[in-house]
Design a protein around this ligand. Sequence first.
Ligand code: SF4
Length: 423
Amino acid sequence: MKDTKPELLIPANCLEVLKVAVLYGADAVYIGGEMYGLRARATNFSRADMAEGIKFAHAHGKKVYVTTNITAHNRHLSGLVDYLKELSCLDVDEDGKPIRPDALIVSDPGVFTLAKEHAPEIDIHISTQANNVNYLTYNFWHKLGATRVVSARELSLEEIKGIRENIPDELEIETFVHGAMCISYSGRCLLSNYFTGRDANLGACTHPCRWKYYVTEEKRPGEYLPVFEDDDGTYIFNSKDLCMIEYIPELVDAGINSFKIEGRMKTALYVAAVARTYRKAIDDFFEDPALYRKNLELYRQEISKCTYRQYTTGFFFNKPKADAQIYDSNVYVKDYTFFGIIYEITKDGYALMEQRNKFCLGDVLEIMEPDGKNLSVKVLDMKDEEGNPIESCPHPMQKFYVKFSELPKTFDLVRGPSKSGDN
Ligand code: SF4
């Protein structure tokens, strides 16, 4: 089993990001529909987009999983039946075969029962939300028909190894290896519901764990007494982000089948950079562990070009201590800015783009290619959609044409070092 390459599982919040994930190295992509998956604030997929995304992924030999992992209340159940029936046949392909996801990610036993009944052709993966921390739990779900169980983020590598030794080979272990951590236990968190009425377990978390906190005294309402960790204040629940790019051998040795990246609200740039870097690290390791060790610095550099909150190895080696949290700020580290995706190359060598951040004629930018190359390019010419010359692209989502000093390809991404004021 340790000779088999693990799956790289990447999140996507829209069709464009799904295509980027597939092209930049994902083996599988997980997405949410418009209902019943956590991450309600991610843009999510309509039925038509989901069908198109699954067709695109399957055409590239990749899989798509759909999250259906809310903790369902009675009021959700009848709608769920219709939704599951819809998922079991979103559309039909040219050969008349149904287009459907490869798996549903489920946490609630009631939803599991409905999925078995109304979408029996689709595999079921048990979500991390179900707090899967021991091998009996894994075997329980396996007996009921699940093909994969996602481990709780609170497990160490030793514990995951112990699970692998006590479950059947065909039952897959999926584990988060990169991305944001919840400060609560496996996402079972009441902070958001308590403070804002928006329930994290129904996908509506407002992220109060990232807020800045003060103490108030009962008789002095409105007087905020700061709790100082240092001069910047205190962010008592603010975890660092998980990053295991330097520990691929240990993750493989633990018998994990699927390396999962967190972040169904992330941009195409983040998804591309993380997918491409983990793809390379996994492929290098399986080609030759010495090559992997030699390239560690390269992976570190590439992964730090994504937005992140400083990194931790979470629970994998030890129980996290105080240094797994960030006490002085809730801002992301953002060294690189995303300028846009290249949709098309015209006959005369211009790249059609849609603006994500402003850049100007003469700027030197970086083009990211799916195969791992980065090209440093100068902006030689810019035209609006009607072909009129322009000197910059100030408007969000503006479409325009650019001539770069080197010819890019469709689905290359354009980025550059961040300046203040970039989004
Ligand atoms: S408030 Fe923070 S810890 Fe709680 S569910 Fe939301 S992201 Fe997770």
